[in-house]
Design a protein around this ligand. Sequence first.
Ligand code: NAP
Length: 361
Amino acid sequence: MNKIKVGVLGATGMVGQQYISLLAQHPWFEVAYVAASPASAGKTYRDAVAGRWQMVQDVPPGVAGLVVQDANNPALADNHCVFVFSALDMDKQAARELEDAYATRDIPVVSNASAHRGTDDVPMLIPEINHEHINVIAAQRSKRGWQKGFIAVKPNCSLQSYMTPVFALLQAGYEIRKMIITTMQAVSGAGYPGVPSLDMVDNIVPFIGGEEEKSEVEPHKILGRIVDGRIVSDDSIKISAHCNRVPVIDGHTACVSLEFGDNKPSLEEIKRIWHDFKSLPQQLKLSFAPVQPIIYREEANRPQPRKDRDADKGMAVSVGRLRKCNVFDIRFVGLSHNTVRGAAGGGILNAELLKAKGYFD
Ligand code: NAP
């Protein structure tokens, strides 16, 4: 099978590097186009990331010699790729306009940026939860007059550490009324070079700009439904979030307390629901779909970032410490790899779902 040529915008950054690394062996997609800021444009990819390459594997040979283009000029991507992954870190309004400009040129955008997460006809996908939100793309295209182009986004990275376990309980029929989340987020979540080492070593920073707002709003859109060509959020769960930056390289951890409605599952029932949970990506056997989306760790001291972030290619959510809560009903700890499940791997899974459903035909 001929692979689909893809582009990576923001290819030189933390998430962009993860895309380049994860796509090196992809069965369907091949990186044919890389773009970043004007500071990197004109250099070979190898030179552009020299001294700041953060991946364990070397720069893949097939990408090392590509010349980095200016991501601000979408015309440069014409005829070089079928769609682009966007891992740009730039002003929100500028990123929104730029992603629109690619889609207008018939180049679909599968984005990690937050620019379009609040746009009501743009699906914000965790494919195990809300894969049917891709159906809003028809309305998105028709409103904007786009034929082939469209925009699909991924939610904030820390949400993947708990939203799938929470969704599994909702899907099993249990109402959730309140949720308190306390995250411990890795430094790679701030990009490269990110938080200065003097702020991070021997320290915790109890503030990540905009993160608590995203954690309290984005779950409602993910759980929403399509009405008249737009996604209407479901805000029935009251959410309170504390987000902290901790001295961990990769892997976002979240301590979660839940209050159920009148019907409350037992701890054993919750573990069974998590164990049995599978969704469309598993049924379709998508290459980046974890075989077991939620892995429950029985050990008293798991999950831990170093030991659990790479579970099932870094795409599974590891959960543990499920116990009764003295204030709400239950509490647990969730963990996922922020630059894989929470960023590039999640973006690739979104693209695999879109490809399987014919959106790149
Ligand atoms: P990063 O390491 O700072 O990389 C930013 C990338 O954007 C670089 O390739 C940079 O190019 C490019 N860029 C910056 N300003 C630009 C401009 N004016 N025009 C064109 N390109 C520009 O950031 P990151 O952590 O990879 O994050 C990328 C995006 O993913 C952000 O929107 C972030 O919110 C989101 N995200 C990150 C994570 C994570 O765990 N890190 C998780 C989920 C989502 P140069 O190298 O040339 O400067």
